[in-house]
Design a protein around this ligand. Sequence first.
Ligand code: RRO
Length: 309
Amino acid sequence: ISIAATIGNEKYEYPFINAAGVYDETAAQMNEILDSQAGGVTTKSATLVSRPGNPLPRYFNTELGSINSMGLPNQGLDYYLNYIEETNTDKPIDLSISGTSMADNLKALKKVQSSNFNGLTELNLSCPNVIGKPQVGYDYDAIEDTLAAVFEFFTKPLGLKLPPYFDLQQYDAVASILNKYPLTYINAINSVGNGLVVDAETESVVIKPKGGFGGIGGTYIKPVALANVRAFRQRLNPEIKIIGTGGVSTGKDAFELILCGADIVEVGTILAKEGPAVFERLDTELKAIMEAKGYQKLSDFRGKLKEYQ
Ligand code: RRO
């Protein structure tokens, strides 16, 4: 049984990697992921200049998931470009970029364009936690303006990290924009933005920034992730691949996302809870399901979700 998968020129021997922002701010963390049974690693979303992020506490685990308002803490784009340049690995390293303005995103992507990096660059249009900056992915004109400006000069493989959508007309609108551009992939979904977790005992919120509002991840959001992957797979040009992210904590969750059309799968909340040892467990669980069903490779069932006739 092979669980290998490909996106653009990148080959993932294992189909699980970290979701951008989890276990990936420092070289030491990314090295631990590369040393595990992960298929590769994604960097923390980078800005041009390093940022400390929002005040603590800013991440909280619950039984069914997590809430975060990290606020884009990262070491700056040069740190991640240097890390990639200096790291000897057969596994893909995907570079996530999340400027806090269109001008900064363009500057960052120009830097990537003129660097030696030729892997996947993931432009994050869906950070819910930078105070005063709405998620670009909910503004169709801003998505279009960004892509038009980026593809004026960017010739390397590009993916977009999208926020979750909740209405079928949103998928229609976004897919019709994305289909006009030579995107290598999309990544669906980022956390469900601006949820609220309440601690009944203390009668208070659980994270400090933004009065407790933050991005929800984990089991809570799996049906939203399944829907977004499925809806985009039904609407996007087949050349645009899909990274499925959201609510995966078992091999079965991943199997479901791949049935909906995911090419590879990312894990956030469960990686934060279990650490990089989670990747071996997920690989093993996914293979066991495939073996029981008689599948030899991911393409035997990818996108083949059945509907009532
Ligand atoms: O750093 C964050 O607060 C953060 C980002 Br950039 C993102 O894209 N998604 C998220 O849940 N948190």
